[in-house]
Design a protein around this ligand. Structure first.
Ligand SMILES: Cc1cc2nc3c(=O)[nH]c(=O)nc-3n(C[C@H](O)[C@H](O)[C@H](O)COP(=O)(O)O)c2cc1C
Ligand code: SF4
Length: 573
């Protein structure tokens, strides 16, 4: 259904009420369900977008550190468009979107779904001219659409080349139990953030009661500052599919899905071609490599712009054609996943690592990294450094080493693991990259001495307020309030009480929210208050003076309740 909706959005520039009814009929679903899916995703619109539909990435890297916000204003000025609106003649709409995974080559934008990177004033002016002349995108400079993957450091995983056939032959040769045993012994833990043991996850799924099992690859890569899966999906897709097939072999699944984020829609064609090639070579489909008992194929599903769909249960909801609202857990997907059946959900890097481990044995892997974090981790590095890009490190590497390698100097602070991750000050740069020290799904953002950390906190807060799915109150309201409090401080209207409120709010969101998004959305605030208190306190008013008459503010409440006694007034004492 998501693909049908994408097609309508592309052809009609919006999804009308009639289209929603038609899709509901085609898929035999309630109209309300289709309407809810449309409303849930930020890449679907019920009002027409421009024929050139532009979305500037507003993530910390592209929007603030690289100056994307100024370029957005420049383009709006050039084309006489109000941000967030479609120009009256329907030619163009310009808006912002969360991170599009191009942080190493920002500022960046999407135009009709295609990324353009390395923006600057000159390029933006040219872009405006091409749009004004209604030049079709295929006639734009072709190199504008080139996406580079700069890998600065390769280790165990990235120095290998794709060998899907050998991987599958090895697994078929040693059998299901031994394949699983290798994985269990390797100590491989999920690379998507939470770090659950991969072999154990496959084992739990295999042992769970159910008629059908599924393999799902989480290629939603929405954590701002992360772009390593973009490179893996481009360069290592064959090994990804081999990793998924291995999982299917172990757990006994016949169907797999790759849930690809909408921002990577441009990769769909090449991924389809790789899938076809795998089928031609007998690596997917019926009787894989002649094995009578092994059928497995993969379907690619493109999301529609919702960070929460990276959360595994929300992802499964979305796969099932529903809005991506996280489920109550337990039960976990390994027992009750897609269509209520046992399902393995793993990150792109995890599947590729599993394929490499099975192919090359787990000896090298196990002896790389630390005891609790075996192997290597691929990082996406951006921000204030000379060499942004992709780096693969053995777990256990010191943060200081990473900063030296990427040419980061006089670092004021860094954020590892995205806005939901960990904020580090220079005194902590001796810490190590590891699940039990500083862990990361892949993002590492560097902030030089010239950066205003409060602006960064506001950027993070805006991200969470925008991406909260709205299902539970602590997160839906709390993330908005956190954003508001930070704005208050930045605008010079904060008092010591604002900090107290901010702290209380942050704890409430952290403790009372329904899913991982809410649990982590306020981490950066709490860490910022603890590690960089001056960022906040230096902006406070020394003496609090109310900006409005508190008693007067209650006048309407008194009017409604027909009260005007002294207890209905605030005391002036
Ligand atoms: C808000 C939120 C967003 C997430 N986004 C992603 C994502 O983009 N990619 C990913 O692999 N895992 C993401 N995760 C983690 C997944 O829920 C899940 O733990 C992961 O896909 C499991 O794979 P792994 O064990 O290989 O890491 C996200 C979690 C949360 C709470
Ligand atoms: S914590 Fe936030 S994202 Fe998660 S269910 Fe609640 S509102 Fe949705």
């Amino acid at each position: 259904m998501l693909h049908r909706l994408h097609a309508i959005q592309r052809d009609c520039l919006h999804i009308s009420r009639e289209s929603i009814q038609q899709v509901a009929q085609e898929f035999d679903l309630p109209i309300a369900q289709v309407a809810a899916v449309v409303a849930f995703h930020s890449f679907f619109h019920t009002r027409p977008r421009g024929r050139f539909d532009i979305l500037f990435s507003n993530c910390t890297s592209c929007g603030y550190l690289s100056g994307g916000q100024d370029l957005l204003q420049l383009l709006c000025l050039q084309l006489q468009v109000t941000p967030g609106e479609t120009r009256a003649d329907g030619l163009v709409s310009i808006d912002e979107t969360s991170c599009i995974g191009m942080c190493d080559q920002g500022p960046s934008l999407l135009i009709n779904g295609l990324p353009i990177t390395h923006l600057n004033d000159n390029k933006v002016v040219q872009l405006a001219q091409l749009i004004a002349l209604e030049t079709p995108l295929p006639d734009w400079p072709a190199n504008w659409f080139d996406i580079h993957h700069t890998v600065h450091r390769r280790d165990w995983l990235l120095s290998g080349s794709p060998v899907p056939r050998e991987i599958m032959l090895k697994a078929l040769d040693i059998g299901r139990d031994n394949t699983l045993a290798i994985l269990l012994q390797s100590g491989l833990r999920g690379r998507g953030g939470a770090g659950f043991a991969t072999g154990r996850k496959w084992q739990l799924c295999r042992e769970a009661p159910g008629d059908t099992r599924y393999v799902v690859c989480n290629a939603d890569e929405g954590e701002p500052g992360t772009f390593k899966d973009r490179m893996l999906l481009t360069t290592y897709a064959e090994n990804l599919f081999a990793g998924m097939a291995l999982c299917a072999f172990v757990i006994g699944a016949t169907q797999g899905f790759v849930y690809l984020r909408a921002e990577y829609h441009y990769l769909l064609e090449s991924l389809q071609e790789t899938l076809q090639s795998c089928r031609r070579h007998g690596l997917l489909g019926n009787r894989i490599l002649g094995h009578s008992d092994f059928d497995f194929d993969i379907t690619l599903i493109v999301g529609a712009g919702a960070y929460i769909c990276g959360e595994e249960s929300a992802l499964i909801e979305s796969l099932e054609g529903k809005p991506g609202i996280p489920r109550i857990r337990p039960p976990f997907p390994v027992t009750h996943g897609y269509l209520g059946q046992p399902t393995v959900v793993n990150n792109v890097e995890t599947f590729i690592a599993a394929a490499h481990i099975v192919h090359s044995g787990n000896e090298t892997f196990r002896t790389t990294g630390t005891a609790s974090s075996t192997g290597t981790k691929i990082l996406s590095i951006s921000g204030d450094c000379a060499l942004p890009g992709i780096y693969e490190y053995p777990f256990g590497v010191r943060i200081r080493q990473i900063l030296d390698d990427c040419g980061a100097q006089n670092v004021q602070a860094m954020q590892i693991g995205g806005p939901a991750g960990t904020l580090l000050n220079p005194a902590e740069f001796g810490r190590t990259l590891a699940f039990d020290d500083v862990s990361s799904g892949g993002s590492l953002l560097i902030f030089g001495p010239q950066r205003d950390l409060l602006t960064i906190h506001r950027n993070f807060a805006r991200f969470f307020a925008h991406e909260s799915c709205g299902f539970c109150t602590p997160c839906r309201v709390g993330t908005q309030l956190i954003q508001k409090e930070l704005d208050t401080i930045a605008e010079g209207r904060g008092s010591a009480y604002t900090i107290v409120e901010l702290q209380q709010l942050a704890r409430l969101v952290q403790q009372q929210s329904h899913c991982g998004l809410g649990h982590t959305a306020a981490n950066h605030v709490l860490e910022g208050l603890h590690k960089f208190p001056l960022t906040f306190s230096s902006r406070l008013q020394p003496q609090f003076t109310a900006r409005f008459d508190l008693d007067q503010a209650l006048a309407s409440a008194r009017h409604i309740t027909h009260r005007d006694d002294s207890a209905a007034h605030l005391s002036n004492d």
